[in-house]
Design a protein around this ligand. Sequence first.
Ligand code: ZN
Length: 326
Amino acid sequence: MHKKWKIFVFALICPMLVICSTAEKQTEAEERSELIQPAKWWEKLPRPIYATLEKVETSQEWFEVYKLTEDTYAIYEPYQFEEAISYLVIGKERAIVIDTGTGIGDLKKTVSELTQLPVSVVNTHTHWDHIGDNHQFEEIACFNNPDCIKKLRTDIDNESLQRHITGDSIWKSLPKDFDSTTWTLPSVSPTSLLEDGDLIDLGERILEVIYTPGHSPGSICLLDKKYRILFTGDTFFPGPLYAYPADVNIDQYIASIEKLNSRVDEYDYLCSGHNDPWVKSEVIPRVADAFQEIMAGKGNFKEDEGIRRYYFEGFDILIRADMTKK
Ligand SMILES: [Zn+2]
């Protein structure tokens, strides 16, 4: 190869190698860190809240279904590390499913056992474990944000999904009809784009879209005025809140928690995207205080590979050390 070309190719490859190794290192760190995924995380299951909820039998073993109100169901995936929860919210004329889980189970089949009404999807955000079964539905709404639309329109391939169904990520058998070698999350196109303050009318049941970016671009919460429930997606769940990944905007995240806090008198319970589907709203002011504490350089934490886990009552916050320095 001509010397000039060699220098050119080397100059091209060198930064690529640095980028690749940084990305790999980050993934390895995520997989390794006990702060993010503790070994044998399933030993703390079942979480106490489930003994207090009404369980509904459906045909899919992968899901546990709980009836929260007469026409609200939590569809929980306890066997995969994310412990994702989707919600079926039924009105008089139609229903929505808020998020569609990991895509390992057959969500549409489960939903069809719970309602005969037409069902469309509303995604609280577009992380993989909230959009898994989107492709089973014809109508899909997400927030009107270019990043959300792009993510929904992008397939997630089999290779990048493997780490979610291997090793410690799973503690029970995958469904019999699930093929791990061909599993992908097919792209979809949103059929409706939501704005802050939009009202979703299901027939005698109205949900308000509250724009809460920060955990990811375009994250939303949904306020159910009838039952005084707030569906929070990943903006809040009773576990370690993810404020560390690359697509987090910490200033927006804190502002969004403040926004929810300013409306805390409008809801009594939170239906969160992971772990527990029924959390008292009194936690939201404490989350707001927790972020203030962290940003003021206070709070108890453990640190690993530049990621800190701060401990609070009923939730934790995972945040990069560099984000805490203003
Ligand atoms: Zn998320």
